[in-house]
Design a protein around this ligand. Structure first.
Ligand SMILES: Cc1ncc(COP(=O)(O)O)c(C=O)c1O
Length: 384
């Protein structure tokens, strides 16, 4: 059994999550976990370090095999080696895809609230941002297909799909994705599907790879995957983009060539291969722990802070928390959590205007840390 209760001190390790907030604040924000990676990954990295020569790399067949196998065994999607392009990070991939498949001024659509670098990628590359707000139907967030269709009609070139969706924790159903697929095919909208959280889903809400839905959708889909969230190796920077259509793939590779990107680093290859080939058991145990963490938060809030509610959760290790009943301005809410509760969560408005009244909580941590965070929250809110 993996000991996910183990506390690892991350302070003073140049850690974005812990070292950028002051010592008296408990960080529950940026999307990495406080768990050690699988021992197979640690051992493979140690062995590579011990070799002592870190020269140029030629990614071997075994790397591509590992990606292929994983995509099939976890997501039932058969891909070919030639479709895989390895990149460093998913954010890099999304930016490169925007550059490869659109021109300045072209319309790029995202569904908000959503992972904030999507906004930056569109704006930084001088494309036109088109937003479609997700709708909360009283039970869960859903896509606004009517609005999507209107906007597609208006000439959207590319959509960045977040699947599963950060920060609202939805795992889109096959039916929802099929409806989206049909709209994208009808209006010839290319889809960059960011599926970085796809492994962090549960049997009750299985993930469907968008490109796997048939009817020709593969020809207009660019799928981003990575072991970084799944196995907590974001700092190593390993990710892949799956592009079945050769013309699109060549365009994407040309964009990488334009900046001279041609190889990932050896530690990325080592960690990915060990993770995908030997650490599936670790992920299965992690998912049980994370689901229990979610239930723990839900029950704690219901019992002790009923005005604060966790939104329906289906996947990722990020909870979307509704503070609207407190009737605070966003500024006061953020201040209260930081200064009185002494916990640091992501401000909901960083994911777009629809995030007002919400905060995102990272539950990828040992129960003791989670429990401490909730106690702090309760105490901080008691001052209202
Ligand atoms: C949806 C989504 N995409 C991409 C990333 C970042 O991935 P990378 O570190 O590979 O750029 C995150 C991290 O939180 C994310 O939530």
């Amino acid at each position: 059994m993996v000991d996910f209760n183990k506390i690892v001190d991350r302070r003073n390790t140049m850690c974005a999550k812990w070292d950028t907030v002051s010592e008296d604040i408990l960080p529950m924000w940026v999307a990495d976990m406080d768990f050690q990676s699988p021992r197979e990954v640690i051992e493979a990295l140690k062995e590579r370090v011990d070799h002592g020569v870190y020269g140029y790399l030629d990614s071997t067949d075994s790397y591509y095999e590992a990606v292929k196998e994983w995509t099939y065994k976890r997501h039932n999607y058969k891909i070919e080696k030639s479709w895989i392009v390895s990149t460093s990070t998913v954010v890099t991939t999304i930016n490169m895809a925007i550059r490869a498949f659109t021109k300045e001024g072209d319309k790029v659509l995202i569904e908000t609230p959503v992972y904030h670098p999507f906004f930056h990628g569109i704006k930084n590359n001088k494309r036109t941002l088109v937003e479609s707000s997700l709708i909360f139907n009283g039970e869960k967030y859903i896509m606004d297909f009517k609005d999507l269709e209107e906007k597609f009609k208006g000439g959207v070139k590319l959509m960045i799909l977040c699947s599963p969706h950060n920060p609202i924790g939805r795992v889109w159903t096959r039916e929802e994705l099929i409806t989206l697929r049909d709209l994208c095919l009808k209006y010839k909208v290319l889809v960059v599907s960011d599926e970085i959280h796809s492994d962090l889903t549960f049997k009750e809400n299985p993930h469907t790879i968008f490109a796997s839905l048939g009817n020709g959708i593969e020809d207009i889909s660019i799928t981003c995957t990575a072991p970084s969230k799944t196995f907590n190796i974001a700092g190593i920077q390993a990710s892949n983009v799956i592009i079945p259509n050769k013309e699109l793939r060549d365009k994407f590779i040309a964009e990488l060539d334009a900046i001279g990107f041609h190889t990932v680093n050896i530690f990325a290859v080592t960690a990915l291969t060990a993770a995908y080939n030997s650490s599936e058991y670790w992920l299965d145990e992690l998912l049980v722990y994370i689901k229990d963490n979610y239930l723990y938060v839900k029950e704690y809030l219901e019992k002790h802070i009923p005005k604060v509610k966790v939104m329906p959760y289906e996947g990722t290790y990020l909870l979307w928390i509704d503070f609207r009943e407190l009737n605070l301005s966003q500024e006061d809410l953020v201040k209260l959590l930081e200064e009185k509760a002494k916990v640091f969560l992501n401000d909901g408005t960083m994911f777009g205007k629809d995030g007002k009244g919400f905060m995102r909580m990272n539950i990828g941590c040992p129960r003791e840390i989670l429990s401490e965070g909730l106690k702090r929250l309760e105490k901080g809110l008691a001052s209202l």
